[in-house]
Write a protein that binds this ligand. Structure first.
Ligand code: BGC
Length: 722
């Protein structure tokens, strides 16, 4: 008998027509298979699912597993393409969060670069490497705006600011998908990105993962939805809904935010995947009577793919046949999945060349990028002039639990990084200081007494402390933002005997470093820096690369201050910035280090701010400029010039500080450069409760400087639309 004609294989047909042709040929069972995602299928286990995730599923993101390879993906694909009636290819997904075999800094560390180009490049390389293993869909970027560092998933975020999350998130999407405007997904080294976790997950109460969220429409629109809107505009291929409830409604069943807002108002046309088992968890949330009810609720709300809960696979056929679920609802979900498969070019070429991984993974160029990214993530918090390390030091002692660490440099969600590929911080310092007469000694502080002897003998001690990756990431919250138990005491002992002590903090979250405020000579925050963390950190300590990292999250003095963020609303009783009295009786109200803060080795001076005109009228663009000068004579600077706005009056309260622009500028010693920003009405607008952009006439204070709350200011008048 002749094979049935497959008109959808005609690649000259527009995608919607191909989808329609295929959908028309599908049985109900075949449709349901497309919206069912399984985990780790065996190669002979095929036909009942349309996508799969390769994941250990144990202790999300913190257990390395065997991973996947082109050969196993091809075997699965062969069963799907050649062993099923319609031959619909699979999409293989995996959490490729901050690199694949080449591990980059955690997203929070990448955010410290404030550098969208760098983020885009890291995602591009991650896609190139992961697709060589047959993975064409990643569950990244995470766009949850995170203002509570107790929440372990802050490691996966771009920090506290929605503007930054929107810009870096969109850049990551472009990197994964291979270009702007949705990318070029049909290229074999491009993968579908997934904006997650829609929406508001960063507000988990008390920083307890999965806990309830309560948020009003203005904050939701301007803070939490903002990065999602940005990546939908950038053409993100997929979106993942979050685990939590928002104002009592579980996100997996949230019709107003999924079906109506995301797919309606925001116009998102791709598939929405549930989070892991979250459709089934509608029962635990207490809104679904059983798994069938959960399937009905989730599909009806706008979930198109059920990640592993089996609710869709087990119940949708019966629910449609019984008339409980309209087939049109299922068809819409299937259409979205099929369109993605067509866009990925899988019907034309579902295969992954089995020799590709060896030549594209962990190349010298990828390592070089990882090194640059690690250096860019380093934030210099304090320095008495000890850094950069001067040549001619007789003995440098490198110590601390991270001195000889490898895999621990990677951070959470590094499923494909291998410890043996990573160099240590100690090795990198040793490699850098090879001059005769300089000795680098190393220990990992297992025996604190021996460390003190070595420290006493050294000219300088580099102590590498911080959090183990298992302390951040999913389901890893903490109640205290202090360094882990015992580390401050060890540092205090070191400080007593060391001539100069440089503290390097490796972490998955912003920590409260009050006890390091006066300890040692310099404090450096490196986040979890990835596979080239050793080199990247040594590059900054040595001064080969100027420190350019800036805090993507305010650092509190103490845990009790959180949540803490620069874009707070004014109160009716503002604090006097120079006054002694704050609201906390036992501490200060302000952060230890504000959002955007980070020192360089050179002093950078800001001149007066100028506006091309003092009034922004409808249709206008105003240019704001400032001269920045490297006032030092010795060191290069890489300055992150930040522009903040404050509206004097609006219909609702607006934040005291809104980040509206960033420029990174390299300055040689003594060099002055003019840095310019273009402001139009969108730059200064806010969204109303429905999500419409609004700009009310009135005055704005614009501040340009090295971090939130610093730098020269100027006033701009916005006039009313005619
Ligand atoms: C996480 C997601 C992740 C998914 C698949 C879940 O536990 O919340 O971020 O993409 O697992 O691994």
């Amino acid at each position: 008998m002749n094979a049935p004609p497959r008109p959808w294989l005609d690649a000259t047909m527009p995608v919607p027509d191909r989808v329609a042709a295929l959908l028309a040929a599908m049985t109900l069972e075949e449709k349901v298979a497309q919206v069912h995602q399984v985990a780790n299928p065996a190669p002979d286990d095929v036909g009942g699912f349309g996508t799969c995730i390769v994941a250990s599923g144990e202790h999300a993101g913190n257990v390395r597993d065997a991973g996947t390879q082109a050969r196993s993906v091809n075997a699965l694909q062969r069963r799907a393409v050649e062993g099923t009636r319609l031959g619909i290819p699979l999409i293989v997904a995996r959490d490729v969060i901050h690199g694949h075999r080449t591990v980059f800094p955690i997203p929070l560390g990448q955010a410290a670069s404030f550098d969208a180009d760098l983020v885009r490049e890291c995602a591009r390389v991650a896609a190139r490497e992961a697709t060589a293993d047959g993975v064409r869909w990643t569950f990244a970027p995470m766009l949850d705006v995170a203002q509570d560092p107790r929440w372990g998933r802050i490691a996966e975020s771009w920090g506290e600011d929605a503007w930054l999350a929107a810009h870096l998130g969109a850049a990551a999407v472009e990197g994964f998908q291979g270009g702007p405007d949705g990318g070029r997904l049909d290229q074999p080294d491009a993968m579908a990105a997934c904006a997650k976790h829609y929406v508001g997950y960063g507000l988990a109460q008390g920083g307890r993962d999965y806990a309830e969220v309560d948020v009003g429409p203005h904050v939701l629109q301007n803070r939490h939805l903002r990065p999602f809107r940005a990546v939908v505009d950038a053409g993100v291929a997929t979106v993942m809904s979050a685990f939590h409830t928002i104002d009592t409604v579980p996100m997996t069943g949230h019709t107003a935010l999924l079906g109506d807002h995301l797919k309606g108002d925001l116009g998102f046309a791709g598939p929405v995947v549930s989070d892991w088992d979250a459709v089934g968890e509608l029962r635990q949330h207490g809104v679904a009577a059983d798994l069938a009810d959960a399937a009905r609720l989730a599909l009806g709300a706008g979930i198109d793919i059920d990640m592993v809960s089996e609710a869709f696979a087990t119940h949708l056929v019966d629910l449609v046949r019984a008339g409980v679920v309209p087939e049109a609802q299922l068809d819409d979900a299937v259409r979205r999945v099929l369109a993605l498969k067509f866009r990925l070019g899988l019907f034309e070429d579902p295969w992954t060349p089995e020799d590709r991984a060896a030549s594209v993974q962990l190349t010298d160029a990828h390592r070089a990028l990882a090194r640059r990214a690690a250096a860019s993530a380093v934030v210099l918090l304090r320095n008495d002039g000890t850094l950069p390390l001067r040549p001619g030091l007789r003995r440098i002692h490198v110590t601390g639990p991270f001195a000889t660490a490898r895999a621990e440099l990677f951070g959470t969600w590094t499923l494909d990084g291998r410890a043996e590929d990573a160099g240590t911080i100690a090795d990198a310092v040793r490699e850098r200081y090879t001059a005769p007469g300089t000795e680098v000694t190393v220990d990992d502080h297992r025996f604190g007494d021996e460390t003190l002897v070595r420290a006493r003998e050294a000219d300088l001690v580099v102590a590498c402390v911080g959090e183990h990756p298992l302390r951040s990431g999913e389901a890893n919250s903490v109640t205290s933002l202090d360094l882990p138990a015992g580390q401050v005491e060890a540092l205090e002992a070191l400080a007593r005997v060391s001539r100069r002590l440089v503290v390097v903090v490796l972490t998955g979250r912003p920590l409260a470093l009050e006890r390091l405020a006066h300890l040692g000579s310099a404090v450096v925050l490196a986040f979890h820096p990835g596979i080239e963390g050793g080199h990247g950190i040594a590059d900054v300590l040595s001064g080969d690369v100027p420190p350019s990292g800036r805090l993507p999250s305010s650092l509190p003095w103490t845990t009790g201050q959180v949540p803490l963020h620069h874009d707070q609303l004014p109160t009716g009783r503002p604090l006097d910035p120079d006054g002694d009295v704050g609201r906390y009786r036992d501490h200060r109200d302000t952060p230890a280090y504000p959002f955007g803060f980070g020192l360089g080795y050179a002093d950078v001076a800001y001149g007066e701010v100028q506006l091309s005109r003092p009034v922004l009228a409808p249709g206008d663009v105003v240019e704001l400029s400032v001269q920045v000068t490297n006032a030092g004579a010795e060191h290069a600077a890489l300055e992150t010039v930040q522009l903040y706005a404050r509206a004097h009056r609006a219909a609702v309260s607006r934040p005291v500080s809104e980040l509206v622009g960033v420029r990174r500028v390299a300055l040689a010693p003594g060099e002055t450069r003019r840095v310019a920003f273009e402001l139009d009405r969108t730059t200064l607008s806010r969204r109303d409760a429905r999500g419409d952009l609004r700009l009310e006439p009135g005055l704005f204070t614009l501040q340009v400087g090295p971090h939130a709350g610093a730098g020269p200011t100027i006033t701009l008048e916005v006039t009313a639309a005619p």
